[in-house]
Design a protein around this ligand. Sequence first.
Ligand SMILES: [Zn+2]
Length: 41
Amino acid sequence: MSDIKCSNCGRDDNEEKLLKFRHKGKEDYVCVHCLPYFIHG
Ligand SMILES: [Zn+2]
């Protein structure tokens, strides 16, 4: 099992392109589909 999945929608990198980011010292991933929500809040 991989924990590499979008922190917003839970899609893994087989389903969607994922981008890694850091937040409060923690690494996490967001898919390109959810990225606009992260940018605009
Ligand atoms: Zn997502």
